[in-house]
Design a protein around this ligand. Structure first.
Ligand SMILES: *[C@@H]1O[C@H](CO)[C@@H](O)[C@H](O)[C@H]1NC(C)=O
Ligand SMILES: *[C@@H]1O[C@H](CO)[C@@H](O)[C@H](O)[C@H]1NC(C)=O
Length: 498
């Protein structure tokens, strides 16, 4: 579910005027310790790469596949730093810092980071798992900025049109606002970290939905013009690692998607499509014309039996919004005897567009004996405890193990029309089962995402037919040439021209 009410607009907290003096006060008090000393140190820091003052934060996840990727990345960083410094810089895995599950949304964990590193470091550099870093080049890039000032650095993205995933922000001129492409890495100077940490501490986060984190973080920092904008750093790149155009880059991307083994067989993925009578003639034909043929086991669930599709009536009345009752009935059916036993379940809407061959490849990285819940992760109320969930429109993938665990708990819908994806998120949260994010799943249409962001990924899904030709969108973004569904199918060459 995506909130469509413009009231949900990310509420930027009112900024107390005196807070803007806080950095100045801190600066004055610390320079009192001996300005001579301080200046000498500053020159030293600016002329010599002191790696120890950089804190690397890998935006890691607790699923075992992602932990091993993040650990490999940490090992690589530490290896690079060995020849440069005796004491290695801190390399943190975001998912393991505190026991707050919502730390992936960054803002809640800033006070913790400020407490640990606010006094002895210069930069916080955030990396995604697939971000390759050339440490020496990164240091050179950072040294162009005075670390005693507030800086928010990254590779800028912008919207071409105002978009639902950004709550239609900057509707008059959507391209004016820049937010960082997390894949290229992004950085906060410590003075900015400290001020943001105070702000989070003094004025608890009020935003209810976390949808597109990179945009929301940039909005929070910019604070209606009271805070810094994103400063573009040309050395932060999303070019492929060995690209000839990446010579100047301090960061690059590893190959677009990892392939971990043989793709999961299509016979091992059960596909559940949620529909209802009014969409039998409108949306179901699109599924049939595009991706249905890639499925080995697929059922349409509706409030009405239609043998021509065919649909199955689960006996749950249709609801305008929500679908919690229907989705729980699907989960029950999936573990029951009526359908073949598969290791994976995919639940989609009738207006979801998805590449099953690409999903088969992605799933080769995950262990179905673990409770895996995979898709595009959203958050609800993360600033106050809240929970994360897989947003339904982009497709929700569950391992059988996860479904069994869910159904064994007494968690259920509070009403048939409760939002299924959010209720599932609540249930998983109560069970202590993590949801796993993949940026390849999309709750909205390609038009709703920044072009530069989509340019370096091979997407798995999009959602919604509104104002687009869904078949054209499928063909352009999700269809692979015949025969390219080989284990190499996920590489660059399969990507359509933008
Ligand atoms: C700063 O303090 C943290 C927490 O005590 C420590 O882990 C880190 O290594 C320190 N950094 C430097 C540059 O001393
Ligand atoms: C992907 O890359 C590999 C080698 O890197 C190549 O052999 C293969 O043909 C490529 N896949 C496609 C679909 O082009």
């Amino acid at each position: 579910m995506i909130p469509e009410n413009p009231d949900v607009v990310h509420t930027v907290a009112f900024y107390l005027l005196f807070l803007s003096f806080v950095p100045a006060i801190i600066a004055t008090s610390s320079s009192r310790q001996g300005s001579q000393n301080q200046d000498a140190k500053a020159v030293l820091y600016d002329s010599q790469p002191d790696l120890r003052e950089i804190v690397f934060v890998i935006q890691s996840q607790s699923n075992s596949f992602h932990v091993s990727r993040a650990e490999r990345q940490r090992a690589d960083l530490l290896q690079q730093t060995q020849s440069l410094t005796q004491t290695p810089p801190p390399v943190l895995l975001l998912h393991s810092l505190t026991d707050n599950e919502g730390d992936w949304s960054i803002l809640p964990v800033l006070p913790y980071l400020s407490l640990l590193f606010g006094k002895n470091s210069s930069w916080l550099v955030f990396l995604e798992e697939e971000t390759n870093v050339k440490v020496t080049k990164l240091l050179q890039a950072l040294r162009k900025f005075d670390r005693r000032k507030e800086w928010f650095l990254g590779k800028p993205l912008h919207d071409e049109e105002s978009t639902i995933i950004h709550h239609y922000a900057f509707a008059e001129n959507p391209s004016i606002f820049k937010y960082p492409d997390f894949s290229a890495a992004w950085a906060l100077s410590i003075p900015l970290l400290d001020r943001l940490a105070n702000k989070v501490r003094d004025d608890p986060l009020k935003s209810d939905f976390t949808i597109d984190l990179k945009h929301e973080v940039a909005l929070y920092i910019w604070e209606n013009g009271q805070g810094p904008r994103l400063t573009a750093v040309p050395e932060l790149c999303t070019e492929p690692e060995h690209s000839p155009t990446a010579q100047h880059c301090a960061t690059t991307l590893s190959s677009p998607a990892p392939l971990c083994g043989e793709p999961v067989k299509k016979e091992d993925i059960f596909v559940a499509v949620k529909t209802c009578k009014k969409f039998h003639t409108e949306r179901v034909p699109v599924v049939k014309k595009t991706w249905e043929r890639e499925a080995s086991l697929l059922e349409y669930y509706s409030d009405h039996t239609d043998p021509s599709i065919p649909t199955i009536d689960l006996g749950v009345p249709n609801t305008e919004r929500g679908h919690c009752g229907k989705t729980f009935a699907i989960l029950e059916r999936y573990v029951g005897d009526a359908v073949p036993k598969t290791r994976w379940l995919l639940v989609v809407d009738d207006d979801t567009l998805i590449s099953l061959p690409r999903l088969q490849m992605l799933l080769s990285c995950y262990d179905p004996s673990e409770p895996v819940c995979l898709g595009e992760r959203y958050g609800y109320g993360l600033g106050q405890g809240g929970y994360s969930y897989i947003t339904g429109g982009g497709g929700m993938v569950f391992s059988r193990t996860a479904v069994v665990r869910l159904l064994a708990s007494d968690c259920k819908c509070y009403s048939n029309d409760a939002p299924d994806d959010m209720v599932l998120g609540m249930c998983l949260n109560a069970l202590g089962l993590p949801v796993t994010h993949s940026s390849l799943f999309h709750q909205a249409r390609p038009e709703d995402y920044s072009r530069d962001f989509l340019a370096h990924q091979v997407p798995i899904s999009f959602h919604k037919h509104w104002n687009i030709d869904p078949i054209a969108v499928f063909n352009r973004w999700l269809k692979d040439e015949l025969g390219s569904t080989s284990p190499h199918g996920l590489n660059k060459s399969t990507k359509e021209e933008l």
